[in-house]
Structure formats: C-alpha cells, structure tokens
Design a binder for this molecule. Structure first.
Ligand SMILES: Cc1ncc(COP(=O)(O)O)c(C=O)c1O
Length: 381
C-alpha cells in the first residue's frame, strides 16, 4: 500500500495509540471529580496542556482543546462574531477556505453579518493590497487559511498579521490545520489572535484539536455547559485523546526538526521533476510559496474519480479534492477560484505526503502512476 492522502487524514503513530490506551485505562476518572482519581486525571490534563503550550510557544491558558479543525474554525469565527457583534458586523476571509470556515461564514451572513471573500490569483494566493483595501472601521475579524488543503498554497499570513497590528479591534484567525508541523508559523511574529490546529492531520487521534486563543480575548462559547476549558468549551474532556494528540504534536514536531520537512520537499520535488515533461500533466500547486507535502495536478482527459479508483485498485491512495467534499461530482471550488477551467478542475488529483512516506514509495508511485495514465489514455481514445 502507498498512502498519499495525508491531507485527508494520517495514520496515528503507534506511540500515540499506546498513550491513548494507557490514559484510557489509568486516567479514566473525570478531571472535574474532586476525589483522588479525578485529581490524577486533572493533573494529566494540566501536563498535556502545558506540553502543548510549550510546543506551540504559547501560554497554557491560551490552549483550548477542541474536537478538531471544524470546531476550531467554527469557534474562532462564530465566537468572535457573537462576542463582538456590537463593535462591528464586517468579517473578512478568502474564497479558498476549507468548508469548516466557509459554511460558518455563510451562517453568519444569514444572521446579518457582512462578509468579504478575497479573490485569489492563479496560484491560489490572496493579495495583501486586497486585504488592505477591504478593511473597514467595523471589521472585527480577518480569517485566513495558512496552507490550502487542496493546493498547498501558502497565504502571506505573517504580512497580514503585521498589517493588522495597529488594529486591536480586528481579530486575526488562522486555519493552520494543514500547515502545522510542515510549514513553521510563529503565532507571535504573525500577530495571530486565534489559530486552529487538528490532531488527525499530524498522526494524532481523530476528534482532537486546539484553538489557540490569545490571552485576554473573550470569545462567545459555542458549547455552553459545565465550564471546562476555562469556560470556553464545555464538555467532559476527552483526556486519552488529548494526551495522545499532544504526543503526536511532540513526535511530529521532532520529525519536522530532524530533517522531515526537507525530506517532504525532496519527495515533492522528485514527483515534479519526473512528471513535468508528461504531455498530459500540468501542476496546479505553485512551485513557490507552497507547502512541502501537497502536490495537486491535472491529468488532461482523465476524470479525477476514474484515476483515483484506477490507482486504488493497485493499492495507491490519493484523492480528488478535499476529503469532505470528494463525494460530490462538482469540480473543486478552490481550483475554480484560481481560474482553472471546469474541465481541468474535474481532472485534478491531490497527492499529499506525510513524515511516514519514503522516496522508495515515491519511485513505486511514479512507475504505477505513469503506467496507469498511459492505460487510461488509451481507453479514453
Ligand atoms: C485546512 C483545513 N481546515 C479545517 C479542516 C477540518 O478539520 P477536522 O477534520 O479536524 O475537523 C481540515 C480538514 O480537512 C482542513 O484541511
């Protein structure tokens, strides 16, 4: 099996599963219970939060554990809109956000908020100038995806953060789900107020994540109840999953620092180099300002689904577009936003790598991929 669909989800590290099992067995008590067992769980939760904070270089009280990227984005976007609606009704985002952001903005529009969707260029990038021009007196939030999940394009997050520095009434949220561990981002340097990460994209358990919330920002909670997570996210904490997620954070960051990012880049460079001259292929992922683990390409004349299934039959796993919308037949909205034709967008696939992939897998993939498109091309003729 060659698994190149890591932007959809990753396989948990064995150590992550070990941590999950140990925590589930030995720390099953509710961290809010006042007895000794509850105290032990509370202590593990505290330690997990401290370690996560240290890894993100933020304060423990700025770490809110969530159920993943969808919740993080919804909480950041709606939590800001609801909390600051008296200050302003204008929100800004981009055309190429993940549905976990886009659908939240659409819900807010239905409630009377005014949303600006920034357009992107051929590479899927917004322009700083457009951000500047769209800012208004009543803009309460700018929300931008760091690394695009379909294209791998990196947005100028640091520059946007600098631009917003002297606007304390405009919060800055970054969807860092695809970038985390692969494209370093210093939250302070980029002046980020809110930042979403997700556990299952970095070999952690599904249903885990963090919303970084700069100290002092009062968001309106989406989940009201027992007051867990500093009152911002009620619900009994999923402690085994949290502990396992923090383990995945540490292991993935270690891999990134020990040459992992360079290895990812070498692998996508090799794919590019081997595929560049093929007459049917064109790359949708830009060669500059893109993440090291994502390569999106169009195979002329072969529909994405046909190619994905043909590769699947040979034990190779890639995807058509983002996992959550890949079952619909419509071409990717992200690719269309870059100006790609409907036809080219319907013939695109995404290859996404992880620290677990190897150059040997890339070479085997290339052999099978070339043979497969040659075969399919003959059938299509
Ligand atoms: C950029 C981005 N944001 C948010 C999400 C949603 O994350 P989750 O699956 O953890 O809810 C994803 C998942 O694909 C993503 O790629």
């Amino acid at each position: 099996m060659i698994y190149f669909d890591n932007s959809a989800t990753t396989k948990p590290y064995p150590e992550v599963l070990d941590t999950y099992r140990t925590a589930a067995e030995q720390f099953f008590a509710n961290p809010s219970s006042i007895h000794k067992l509850g105290g032990r769980s509370e202590e593990l939760l505290k330690k997990s939060r401290e370690q996560a904070a240290q890894l993100l270089r933020v304060k423990p009280q700025e770490v809110i554990f969530t159920s993943g990227g969808t919740e993080g984005n919804n909480f950041a976007i709606k939590g800001t809109a609801f909390a600051f609606r008296h200050r302003g009704k204008h929100l800004m985002t981009t055309r190429v956000e993940h549905p976990a952001s886009l659908r939240a903005f659409e819900q807010l529009e239905a409630l009377g908020f005014d949303v600006t969707y920034l357009e992107v260029d051929r590479n899927g990038r917004i322009s700083l100038d457009d951000v500047k021009k769209a800012l208004r007196e009543d803009t309460i939030l700018v929300s931008v995806i760091h690394v695009n999940n379909e294209l791998g394009t990196i947005q100028p997050v640091k520059e946007i953060g600098q631009l917003l520095k002297d606007r304390p009434k405009t919060l800055f949220h970054v969807d860092h789900v695809q970038g985390f561990t692969k494209v370093p981002l210093d939250f302070h340097e980029a002046n980020i107020d809110l930042c979403t990460i997700s556990g299952h994209k970095i070999h952690g358990p599904k249903g885990t994540g963090i919303l970084y919330k700069r100290e002092g920002i009062m968001l309106s909670p989406l989940l009201a109840g027992g007051g867990q997570e500093f009152g911002f996210r009620s619900g009994t904490e999923n402690l085994p999953a949290i502990a396992a997620f923090v383990k995945a954070m540490r292991l993935s960051l270690e891999r990134a620092q020990n040459g992992g990012i360079a290895r990812l880049r070498n692998m996508t460079d090799r794919l590019r180099q081997a595929l560049a001259s093929h007459p049917l292929l064109s790359f949708n992922t830009p060669s500059g300002a893109s993440a090291p683990h994502i390569l999106n390409l169009t195979v002329k004349g072969i529909r994405s689904e046909v190619l994905v299934h043909a590769l699947d039959r040979q034990g190779i796993y890639v995807s058509t577009k983002s996992a959550c919308s890949s079952k619909t037949q419509e071409p990717s909205a992200v690719l269309l936003a870059t100006g790609l034709s409907e036809e080219d967008a319907s013939h695109a696939i995404r290859i996404s790598l992880s620290f677990e992939n190897t150059m040997d897998e890339v070479e085997s993939f290339l052999d099978i991929f070339m043979q497969t498109i040659d075969k399919l091309e003959t059938v299509m003729e």
